[in-house]
Design a protein around this ligand. Sequence first.
Ligand SMILES: C[S@@+](CC[C@H](N)C(=O)[O-])C[C@H]1O[C@@H](n2cnc3c(N)ncnc32)[C@H](O)[C@@H]1O
Length: 398
Amino acid sequence: MKISDIIIKDRIRKEMGDLIPLEKSIHKLGLLHPIVVSENNELIAGQRRIEACKNLEWEEVPVTIINIQKLRDGEIDENQIRVNFTSDEQIAIADYVEKDIREENVKKMKLGKPSKDSLEGMPPNTTQKAIAEKTGISFDTLRKKKEIQEEAKTNPKFAKLYKSIDNLDSKDNTNSVYLKLSKLNRKRELVKKTKETQIILPKTITLYNKEFQTAPIEDNSVSLIFTDPPYHDEYLSLFGDLAKQAIRILKDGGSLLTFVGQTNIPEICDYMRNAGLEFHWPICVLHTGRASTMHSTKTMIEWKPILWFTKGKYQGDYVRDLVESKPPNKDEHDWAQSTEESDYYIKHLTIENEIVYDPFLGSGTFGVSAKKLKRQFIGCEVDKDHYDTARRVISNAT
Ligand SMILES: C[S@@+](CC[C@H](N)C(=O)[O-])C[C@H]1O[C@@H](n2cnc3c(N)ncnc32)[C@H](O)[C@@H]1O
């Protein structure tokens, strides 16, 4: 039928989108699906195809004539009732496209024609673009899907996550699953790094891979507890256990300095007071990076509190109540702190050989400060991988 004879009435779709991939496809393969029109030549489905054919200077197109009462039902169903390619299928399409391009390049090279596209490593931009066009997703998303697919082959947890990417009702998407995969790979690297390191810890350093509540620490033996418990609400009761342990193991006049989340300060103070510790002072750790935002309280957070409690009266020297922090290295632990704060307070609140204790070691940051400053140090970490990391980090510290 002549394109000029097709009557296009008011359509639901107003935007034609990028027609170039469709034009290229029609140019290469022909029109895979005829245009659908009513007995009165009114368009039912295929306006984008018509526009692409016009751009290709076609004057006629093949048509299928059907008889439906409401033209719009045709337009809606044609666009809505379709099944998207699964991730597996998208990856298969990409492999096919890439193989095709490579084969053409090899042919060109054999004919002595130069090919701009390299045949090794990451596909060149032109290939990436072709893959994105054919799969309908960006090359970067496809690369992430491929990595997740690879992990899914041997890891049941990721097999489940990989499937969930294609489920439109799932909260998991490629980016969130890829983030989990990146974390897993980072953890693997840390474990490997630790295995390859010879760990040598001096006798002055004792690390436990256990819950701090069960650590065998002598009564009245510790001069300073410097620590950074997990902040989330579900961990709040840990502060109760910490308070009870602190009142038992701290020397008279000893201090507990704990990082806290701003939102739980009142409850944490209650735990500490109920156990018999005295509130001494709040300390401000000033962030140097960009402020983060807490939407629930509408605040831009530019500092971190450390709360200072004592067992009995503090008898030490004057110390500052503000420390300018440096951005911590999060390679070893997602929640790692910098050593600026621990260096300062361990130095000013204890002397050489006194015992500093961190019940929530993480990657061992505060043990690094204690070792540098020649204090005795006790640390606890419940997670085996973090514990191993802390052993390596403290062992390597000088
Ligand atoms: C906020 S992170 C500490 C980060 C650390 N300051 C650093 O710079 O790497 C808290 C750590 O406490 C550990 N943890 C949680 N509950 C624990 C418990 N009951 N006993 C010992 N460690 C625990 C977590 O596994 C986590 O590594």
